[in-house]
Design a protein around this ligand. Structure first.
Ligand SMILES: Cc1ncc(COP(=O)(O)O)c(C=O)c1O
Length: 426
């Protein structure tokens, strides 16, 4: 029966399943470790012969419940929570891509991910080629090499709100026999289902709509279980692993190979795990995801339409605006435009800053995607470390203001923007 449940039901009923007499609400297992009666039982866990919790760096019952809920929502075979979205992206890539290897990524991605790919992964010998996601498929083909191990994109980009062309990227992934990895943070599984659109691995910054209340930093990787790793390119998954007595992940774990290896090797060794408390908050957040996302979409579209008609605004970008360049892709792949829009204040950077400083309801915060309306200036905040060319590639212009539209009454949000835009022009 659970197989037939719709996403709204899975958001509430998926994940934690209490047994008779157990707490109705997910308990927080605030324990570093777990007790066993015999040495043999504990040893079987170390050998991956039995599943069970032994140490919360690797797994924990509260974290496991969150993982089960998000895996159900995305339609994956398994998930692995991480300390942050950045930790999730790092581990998702290093799980299948090492020194001397390469991957292809859309250039319209979050500034922190851009930095990670350009500088930190490079230091580890992993090379990235950024591509313009709007380029033709023939142009994109040129970026792939024999040592390419994956292709990466954001379903809805931060901050540019560009919708990924799933057909184009999944066609390339299939052609070059590499997995298609999608950061689905901005739409959340409620608005976009990447596995139904050809993705093989999904990652999230759970810090955003999954938590939804700006209480917890977290990340998660979800495995579709569909990619065939036995194509000669991924010996780390198919060949014996000396750190687990010569076990082969594909032989032992089948469709769960990728996600089991990620946990038992990378989470074990890097230790970037999610805390039980944050897993509890994210599990709780997911229970209202569908209700919140509908309202985020509704408020954002109303604000975008109002901004479009405002004399102090030079441009507005929101994928559900009918004349937006992403409108057709948004209608094709997403159930709504999500809660983030960008716009330019007439006059550029200076009136833009004045507008932001004049807001009373919306706050300036380095965050998006929670229930309080907030604004940010990417060129001087999230994308500050990028040079002008890199900022341009990410879709960041000097006048761009990013708005995370919250769940307050839309009339109050508009009134706040109205008074601040008027002050910005004085
Ligand atoms: C699309 C996207 N991916 C990944 C991240 C990184 O997530 P975190 O801040 O949880 O490390 C962010 C953060 O803003 C993001 O917007």
């Amino acid at each position: 029966m659970t197989d037939d449940w719709k996403i709204e039901t899975l958001a509430i009923q998926g994940g934690y399943k209490p047994g008779n007499g157990e707490p109705r609400v997910l308990p927080i297992a605030q324990s570093t470790t777990f007790k066993y009666d015999t040495v043999e039982e504990a040893a079987a866990l170390f050998d991956l012969e039995a599943f069970g919790h032994m140490y919360s760096r690797i797994s924990n019952p509260t974290v496991e419940a969150f993982e089960a809920k998000i895996a159900a929502l995305e339609g994956g075979v398994g998930a692995m929570a991480a300390a942050s979205g950045q930790a999730a992206t790092t581990m998702a890539i290093l799980n299948i891509c090492g020194s001397g290897q390469h991957f292809v990524a859309s250039s319209t991605i979050y500034g922190g991910t851009f930095n990670l790919f350009t500088h930190t992964l490079k230091k580890l010998g992993v090379e990235v080629t950024f591509v313009d996601p709007k380029a033709s498929i023939d142009e994109l083909r040129k970026a792939f090499r024999p040592e390419t191990r994956l292709v990466f994109g954001e379903s809805l980009s931060n901050p540019g709100t560009d919708v990924l062309d799933f057909d184009k990227f999944s066609t390339l992934a299939k052609e070059f026999d590499v997995p298609f990895m999608v950061d689905n943070t901005f739409p959340s599984p409620y608005l976009c289902q990447p596995f139904k659109l050809g993705a093989d691995v999904v990652i999230h910054s759970a810090t955003k709509y999954i938590d939804g209340h700006a209480t917890s930093v977290g990340g998660v990787i979800i495995d579709s279980g569909k990619f065939n790793w036995n194509n000669g390119k991924y010996p780390e998954l198919t060949d014996p692993d000396p750190s687990y007595h010569g076990l082969s992940y594909t032989e032992t774990f089948g469709e769960m190979a990728y996600i089991v290896k990620c946990r038992t090797q990378l989470l074990r060794d890097f230790g970037a795990c999610m805390s039980p408390m944050n897993a509890f908050m994210c599990h709780n957040g997911l229970e209202t995801l569908h209700v919140r996302m509908d309202r985020h979409c509704e408020n954002s579209l109303k604000l975008a339409e109002w901004l479009e008609s405002n004399p102090y605004v030079s441009w507005v970008k929101y994928p559900m605006l009918k004349n937006d360049e992403n409108y057709e892709l948004c209608k094709k792949y997403l159930k709504g435009g999500s809660g983030v829009l960008t716009f330019g204040v007439k006059g550029g950077r200076e009136p833009g800053a004045k507008f932001m400083n004049s807001l009373e309801l919306a706050a300036i915060v380095v965050h998006v995607s929670d229930l309080r309306t907030s604004v940010l200036h990417p060129a001087s905040m999230t994308h500050r470390q990028l040079n002008d060319e890199e900022q341009k590639a990410c879709g960041v212009t000097p006048d761009l203001v990013r708005v995370s539209v919250g769940l307050e009454n839309i009339d109050d949000i508009i009134a706040d923007f109205d008074q601040a835009l008027k002050k910005a022009q004085i």
